[in-house]
Design a protein around this ligand. Structure first.
Ligand code: 16G
Ligand code: MG
Length: 550
């Protein structure tokens, strides 16, 4: 223990001299970790380095730390920790993260002693922390602060440089699975995904209405850099035209481009050529979200979002599984933001069960783990598929069984190759893109064919600033508002007036405001419904600033 005590002293000295707590306000580890203006985050990074070492020792495994603010503007940054199997940090540790970030410099050692004692953490292990960062100019110095924290507690930082968020999740899992899930290198990652893609695609690159040409918007972020490696590996099996990759486009990260811009503005991004009917996709600043879209003759942008991607994948997998003859429990996980038409289609046309959870990847991921094959997507384009270990083992056993027919073996192999194409640890825009391209190719579909499967209900998002967003509480996977009392009743009354109307409100986890979602039979009605509900929130939840307007 004496030894450890010395370590903690170093922690304080480092903190005081190199990464002193500069901000008086408290920060909170939210759905996406810490996120703020980059120049306020030095000490937070240092402390997350400390916490990562403690988490790694507690789990006796390596832990990841990703420095990114995803789709936020370039001056922002953030950090999130990645757990041993590549998942988000366990929820009970979010409170520790918040505590670590906010305590005064001279009380840091005390908090370390507290967590070590409370959880019985052995402080002698040498643990590895995998560090990744996005392309923001602030990321290198913040990564240095984080590594200082790791070193202060005698951990070993392993710097992966600039990588996408899902790549780092993948590396963490590979390392902890002792390479069972693959090797924790970028080269292996590209090869694994591209080999699977090329194997399924075969020699015919264009099929019926499917043309292999794709426009890709890299949001001027890490996704713009990494797509180049994919292009090298894929050769002419997929013709990707790159845009918004610093050299071609506006140059500014996430500025009027990227998956979040396309989704929230429901608009075509800057920097991508406006070619009628051309299939395009956008990723966000750290490449964990994906959006597809195209422009019609009237320059209207048609969006194919996370809901569409989820349905495309779920239906395809259902078919593949049927070919193997296995009886599999396949399900889909959505949030309240999923378009009502998508839920209706999955349930009634595809007969695939749907569960609803709160917004935030960790909730979707955990729910999806309950199925043999769990497909999860947020409407914003973040999602993946998880396959139960037992199911994968069953596939292999059957494949190795000499009594199983050649047809079934072929179906199993195909499913296994599709599994290889998927990053199961977290939503991965690049792996998802390859999967979508694979499915469209196998169906011989254009993006317009894909869109025809069902018609989205027009919808509208609005924001309301209130004195304290936490006065709004919700239940029923955020679809019902509990507080302020009476608000849900009012919403119900407003919704009743609109054909196919649905609306809900929730406090944002990443911004200091309340979000309002509304959908209805027409665009005007959806706008009007959102406005009525937003005005009600403003009235009943102590709105600040001017009243919401369309
Ligand atoms: C974060 C979440 C995302 C969610 C979004 C909602 C992760 C990794 N990311 O970006 O899943 O959709 O927050 O933001 O969990 P909001 O709470 O501000 O609406
Ligand atoms: Mg992101």
């Amino acid at each position: 223990m004496a030894n450890n005590h010395n370590n903690y002293k170093t922690v304080y000295a480092f903190a005081r001299e190199m990464h002193p707590k500069t901000e008086k306000f408290d920060v909170q580890y939210g759905t996406a970790g810490f996120r703020a203006k980059a120049n306020t985050l030095g000490y937070v990074m240092y402390r997350m380095g400390l916490l990562a070492v403690l988490r790694a020792r507690y789990k006796k495994a390596c832990i990841g730390a990703m420095i990114t603010a995803s789709h936020n503007p370039e001056p922002d940054n953030g950090v999130k920790l990645i757990d041993p199997c590549g998942e988000m940090l366990e929820q009970s540790w979010e409170a520790w993260a918040t505590k670590f970030a906010n305590v005064a410099d001279d009380r840091l050692e005390e908090v370390i002693t507290e967590i070590v004692t409370e959880l019985g953490i052995e402080m002698t292990q040498r643990v590895e922390i995998l560090v990744g960062k996005d392309t923001r100019p602030s990321s290198p110095s913040l990564a240095k602060a984080l590594c200082d924290g790791v070193l202060a507690l005698s951990g070993k930082p392993i710097d992966y440089g600039i990588v996408t968020t899902p790549q780092l999740h993948y590396f963490v899992y590979c390392r902890n699975s002792r390479n069972q899930y693959g090797f924790p290198t970028e080269e292996y990652y590209y090869r694994k995904l591209c080999d699977a893609f090329k194997k399924i695609r075969g020699k015919n690159f264009n099929t019926n209405n499917y043309q292999s040409k794709l426009y890709y918007d890299g949001a001027n972020g890490v996704g713009a850099k990494k797509i180049k490696y994919f292009q090298e590996c894929l050769g002419d099996s997929l013709m990707i035209d790159r845009f918004n990759d610093e050299l071609i486009g506006t140059g500014k990260l996430n500025y009027m481009c990227g998956a979040d811009y396309v989704k929230t503005k429901q608009a075509f991004p800057n920097g991508v050529p406006k070619e009628v009917g051309q299939r395009c996709c956008s990723v966000d600043g750290d490449a964990d979200r994906l959006m597809y879209y195209y422009l019609d003759e009237n320059e209207k942008c048609h969006l194919l979002d996370g809901d569409r991607i989820a349905i495309l994948i779920a239906e395809y997998l259902k078919g593949l599984v049927e070919d193997t003859g296995f009886d599999v429990n396949l399900g889909l996980v959505q949030t309240a933001y999923a378009n009502g038409a998508s839920t209706e289609y999955i349930t009634n046309t595809l007969n695939i069960p749907v569960s609803f959870v709160c917004t935030g990847v960790k909730y979707l991921h955990h729910e999806a783990q309950k199925y043999d094959i769990g497909v999860y997507f947020e409407a914003n384009g973040h999602g993946t598929v998880i396959f139960k270990k037992e199911f994968k083992e069953k596939l292999q056993t059957s494949y190795d069984d000499p009594t199983v027919s050649v047809e079934v073996k072929r179906a199993i192999k195909k499913l296994q190759t599709v599994i290889d194409l998927i990053n199961e640890t977290v939503g991965d825009a690049l792996s998802d893109m390859l999967l979508v391209e694979t499915i469209l190719h196998s169906k011989g579909w254009s993006i317009q064919d894909w869109e025809k499967t069902y018609t989205d209900l027009p919808n509208r998002l609005m924001k309301v600033s209130v004195k304290d967003r936490n006065t709004i509480t919700t239940t029923n996977a955020e679809r019902t508002c509990l507080k302020p009392e009476g608000l849900q009743k009012e919403i119900d009354m407003i919704v009743k007036k609109y054909k196919s109307g649905r609306s809900f409100v929730r406090p944002s986890g990443t911004e200091d405001l309340v979000r309002v979602y509304a959908e209805a039979a027409s665009k005007d009605e959806a706008d009007q419904l959102a406005l009525e509900v937003a005005l009600k929130v403003h009235e009943m939840a102590e709105g600040i600033g001017p009243e919401p307007k369309l």
